[in-house]
Design a protein around this ligand. Structure first.
Ligand code: FE2
Length: 378
C-alpha cells in the first residue's frame, strides 16, 4: 500500500473546492417501482418522494429513497425510445448519476469544462413555489455523469415535479440505520485506470489517497489494481479498479464485459453499528457474500488483541480489518439485479480510514466463487 499526498493538485477554482458532499446516486433501472421497493426492503431506506405522469413528468418514473444523509434516486423510462430505456438495455440496472452537492453548480461546471470535462447539462435553475434548485452536469466514465446540485434554496419534496402522495408500501422493521455513502468503487478495463485517476486529479481537483497493485490484491486466479481518489476533504471517495493479468478472467473484466464498459461496481454505506444493521438486513432477507472457510480462524488469530464480539461477528459473517489508526468492519451483498454488476457494502469505521485491505483476498475469493457459478471464471 502506498499513501500519497499530491501536492501538485490545486483545488482552488476546481469542482473539488466547491463540493459539500454527495447529493444523490441515481440508478437507471427497468422498473423503478419494483427496484425502489426492493431497495427499501433490503436496505431499510425510506421512500420519500415520487415523480411521474401523475406529477407532470411524462417520460419517466422516479422514486427518492433516504436514510440519514444517504440519498438514492431510482428512475425508469416510460418510453421504449428514451435514453433511460436505452441505458438499461445496454448496461442493465446501473448507477447513472453520481450527483455531487456543490455551493455553485455553474462555477463547478465551468471549472470542470475548462479543464477538459465533456459537458452534459448546462447550468440552469429549476423552480416552483417551494424554491429553486440550481444544477448542471458533466460526463465522467462510460455512460456515467456527475451532476452538480445546489438544493439549499429548495424546501419542497426533493425537487419540482416530486410528490409524497401515493408512495409504495414496504416493511419498516427491523430498523437498518444506514447513515451515508462511505465510498463508491468504479471498474475499468485494463489500461484505463491511470487516465481516469488523472482525470479526477486534473478536472475535479481530487487527490490520490491510496493505491494498491496486483502484489497486494490477488487470488489464485486473478488480480487487480486500484487507486483511490478523493476530494481534499474526503467527502467523495472513489476507488478506481482495473484488472491485472492473472491465470483466469478477472472479476473486474467480468464486470466490464457485462456492464458493457466502465461503471459503478459497489456502493459502500456507512453505519455506526454494523452488527445490528447486518442482523436487520439478514432478517429482511438480504444475502451477503460468504467469507472463505478459514477466514475466521485466520482473522481471530491475526486480530486476537481487538476486543470484539467475535462469535457474533462470525455468526453474522462480518469481515474485520485492522490498521494503525483503528479497525473497520465490513460486509458485501450479492448483486442488486440480474447481471453481475452493482452490489453494496456496509461498513463501520472505528478509526480506520482504509478499505479493508486485509479482507481484499477474502472478498475476491468469494466473488470468484460466484463468478465460477456463472461460468465466467475461465
Ligand atoms: Fe469498498
Amino acid at each position: 500500500m502506498t499513501s500519497t499526498t499530491d501536492t501538485t493538485t490545486e483545488t482552488k477554482g476546481r469542482p473539488a473546492g466547491l463540493i459539500t458532499g454527495w447529493d444523490a446516486l441515481e440508478f437507471w433501472v427497468g422498473n423503478a417501482r419494483a427496484t425502489a421497493g426492493h431497495l427499501a426492503s433490503m436496505l431499510g431506506l425510506e421512500i420519500t418522494a415520487y415523480a411521474g405522469p401523475e406529477t407532470g413528468v411524462t417520460d419517466r418514473a422516479s422514486y427518492v429513497l433516504e436514510s440519514g444523509d444517504l440519498r438514492f434516486v431510482v428512475t425508469a423510462g416510460l418510453d421504449p425510445d428514451s435514453e433511460i430505456t436505452a441505458h438499461v438495455r445496454r448496461h442493465g440496472d446501473g448507477v447513472r448519476d453520481l450527483s455531487l452537492a456543490v455551493t455553485d453548480p455553474a462555477s463547478a461546471f465551468e471549472a470542470a469544462v475548462a479543464r477538459g470535462a465533456v459537458p452534459h447539462l448546462e447550468p440552469h435553475e429549476v423552480t416552483d413555489e417551494h424554491g429553486v434548485i440550481r444544477r448542471s452536469a458533466i460526463r465522467t466514465f462510460g455512460d456515467t455523469i456527475h451532476g452538480f446540485v445546489d438544493r439549499t434554496g429548495y424546501h419542497g419534496d426533493h425537487a419540482p415535479g416530486f410528490t409524497t402522495e401515493g408512495l409504495p408500501t414496504y416493511p419498516r422493521q427491523p430498523a437498518v440505520n444506514l447513515r451515508r455513502i462511505d465510498h463508491l468503487t468504479a471498474n475499468f478495463s485494463a489500461g484505463e485506470m491511470q487516465p481516469w485517476v488523472e482525470w479526477y486529479q486534473q478536472v475535479m481537483g481530487f487527490e490520490i489517497l491510496l493505491s494498491f497493485d496486483e502484489s497486494q490484491i490477488s487470488t489464485e486466479f486473478s488480480a487487480l489494481r486500484s487507486v483511490v481518489v478523493a476530494d481534499p476533504d474526503r467527502r467523495i471517495v472513489i476507488p478506481i479498479n482495473e484488472p491485472a493479468p492473472g491465470r483466469r478472467r478477472s472479476q473486474i473484466q467480468e464486470y466490464v464485459d457485462t456492464y458493457r464498459g466502465p461503471g459503478v461496481q459497489h456502493i459502500a454505506m456507512r453505519t455506526d453499528e454494523i452488527l445490528s444493521t447486518v442482523a436487520a438486513m439478514r432478517d429482511r432477507g438480504v444475502r451477503f457474500l460468504d467469507a472463505p472457510g478459514t477466514y475466521y480462524e485466520d482473522v481471530r488469530q491475526r486480530l486476537a488483541l481487538l476486543p470484539l464480539p467475535w462469535d457474533r461477528i462470525e455468526q453474522l459473517g462480518v469481515l474485520v480489518d485492522d490498521e494503525p489508526d483503528g479497525h473497520l468492519l465490513q460486509i458485501f451483498t450479492e448483486n442488486l439485479g440480474d447481471r453481475p454488476t452493482v452490489f453494496f457494502e456496509v461498513i463501520e469505521r472505528a478509526g480506520a480510514r482504509g478499505f479493508g485491505e486485509g479482507n481484499f483476498k477474502a472478498l475476491f475469493v468469494a466473488i470468484e466463487r460466484e463468478q465460477a457459478k456463472r461460468g465466467n471464471l475461465y
